[in-house]
Write a protein of this length. Structure first.
Length: 471
């Protein structure tokens, strides 16, 4: 049965990756909003990951994770459940907990499949990233040309970078995928100029988006990696050179070409070059006030979307959001897990640089994870469905690569009782999210009409209109 289980696991993993690829590509008929469609796609990926997980359990694959980390994750989950029970909106709190648990499932499935077939997984993952980015770049050029052909009169990044309800969501996606595009430039790949052009254009589009946090995140990662050894330094230098190339392309596309054709540029990225917090300081102070009201257990997961947060349903700051919603105790444990993981990651990057053993993929994925964490200090990257899924997949890949290189014996064998626990732990949240999708999907038209009549602002959280106080 093991070959059959392996085939099923690979099939479901490939199906899930295919759905993930389709989320930001806008290859489906026009819908009212893309965020809700991407959330629905995320729940479908969770279901497919659950099927892959069942196949993996039948094969008895071990998970190489320290028992202390296992225990910490269980405590964080238990605290989230307890906080949800005592919250004002337990239903939506459990929705958030279910998303967290399901992302953990995607992480586990990704890590196990990567550990089984590292070379194949590396190839498929990179092809997926290149395909997604290349599709968006090609669509950008088509839309850019259409602006001049149709005579729309203005070059607008919000029009050119379609596929996301907010151009900042594109910034989140580009930050996660940017480091991986440098992989062919770190190895002996043929036709490197194609990948160099793609990486430079990806920088151009990131600058186009005006995502200041993204610029800073990649710059900080490049600075840190420049100090971590030869392989990481080479990655940082490639990113720096491609950023300059991207800046040149951005200037050409927004300067000489529109000027010659008599076109204007609206929502210009240059207008974002200021020290304004865009209201984040107010959001952060409100999150601190919310945490202070219940410092131990928090308001409850997703409950900043149940308070008067002004312009947003989340504070654009990962740790403040976690403290306010999940509580201070949970935040301390989470910080310990992240701190330990980053310490191990930096240590292995140095070791791989000294040994010169297959560090390219590890460096690129590490850069993606670190860039996402840095961006999470000023952005809601860990709230949006597309970035949540890519982060979970890449984290699983990083985890598997780390364990394969270190060859430490921290594997936890999966017994029958553990397999049953896994089915309950991950199966129940996925079923719950599917029911939420069916419920809200069936009432989508009436709910949208009601929200429009009440002039409810678009403040994304679980759904695009993320406020839960009226639900």
């Amino acid at each position: 049965m093991k070959p059959v289980a392996n085939m099923l696991a690979s099939f479901f993993a490939a199906l899930g990756l295919g759905i993930l690829l389709a989320l930001p590509l806008e290859i489906y008929p026009a819908v009212e909003n893309l965020h809700d469609l991407q959330r629905a796609g995320q729940i479908l990926i969770f279901f497919v990951a659950g099927l892959a997980g069942i196949s993996i359990l039948r094969n008895g694959s071990p998970i190489a994770m320290r028992r202390e980390v296992w225990g910490a994750l269980v405590v964080v989950l238990a605290l989230g459940v307890a906080s949800s029970i005592v919250s004002k909106k337990p239903f939506w709190a459990f929705v958030e907990v279910s998303v967290f648990v399901s992302c953990l499932l995607v992480f586990f499935v990704s890590s196990i499949i990567c550990a089984r077939n590292p070379e194949k997984y590396k190839y498929v993952l990179h092809c997926a990233v290149v395909f997604s980015c290349l599709w968006i770049v090609l669509k950008f050029f088509i839309l850019y040309a259409s602006v001049f052909i149709s005579g729309l009169g203005a070059v607008d990044p919000w029009f050119l970078l379609s596929g996301f309800d907010n151009i900042r969501f594109f910034g989140q996606f580009s930050i996660i995928t940017m480091p991986l595009l440098a992989l062919p430039l770190l190895v002996s790949a043929s036709r490197k100029w194609i990948f160099w052009f793609l990486l430079s254009m990806w920088w151009c589009l990131l600058i186009f988006s005006g995502t200041r946090g993204g610029w800073i995140a990649i710059a900080l990662v490049a600075f840190i990696f420049f100090l971590l050894g030869s392989g990481a330094r080479k990655w940082a230098i490639i990113q720096g050179k491609s950023a300059l190339s991207g800046l040149l392309m951005f200037w050409i596309l927004t300067g000489p070409i529109p000027l010659i054709c008599g076109m204007q540029v609206t929502n210009h990225a240059v207008d974002r070059l200021n020290a304004s917090s865009s209201g984040r300081v107010d959001l952060w102070s409100q999150a601190v006030d919310a945490w202070w009201k219940n410092p131990l257990m928090g308001l409850g997961p997703m409950h900043l979307a149940n308070t008067n947060q002004g312009r947003a349903a989340h504070p654009h700051q990962l740790f403040l959001q976690w403290a306010a919603e999940w509580g201070g105790i949970s935040l301390i444990i989470l910080l310990c897990i992240i701190g330990y993981a980053l310490h191990e990651m930096f240590k292995q990057i140095r070791q791989r640089g000294e040994d010169g053993k297959g560090e390219e993929l590890y460096v690129c994925v590490s850069a993606s994870i670190l860039a996402a964490l840095i961006l999470g200090m000023v952005d809601g990257i860990f709230v949006m469905p597309v970035s949540q899924m890519w982060f979970s997949v890449l984290l699983g890949c990083l985890f598997a690569e780390h364990a394969r290189y270190s060859r430490t014996n921290h594997s936890v064998p999966i017994s029958k009782s553990m397999a049953l626990s896994f089915l309950v732990l991950f199966g129940a949240p996925i079923i719950f999210l599917l029911l939420v999708l069916v419920r809200d999907g069936s009432n989508h038209g009436n709910r949208q009409q009601m929200q429009h009549s009440m002039s409810e602002p678009i403040q994304p959280r679980f759904w695009l209109r993320g406020r839960i106080e009226r639900r």
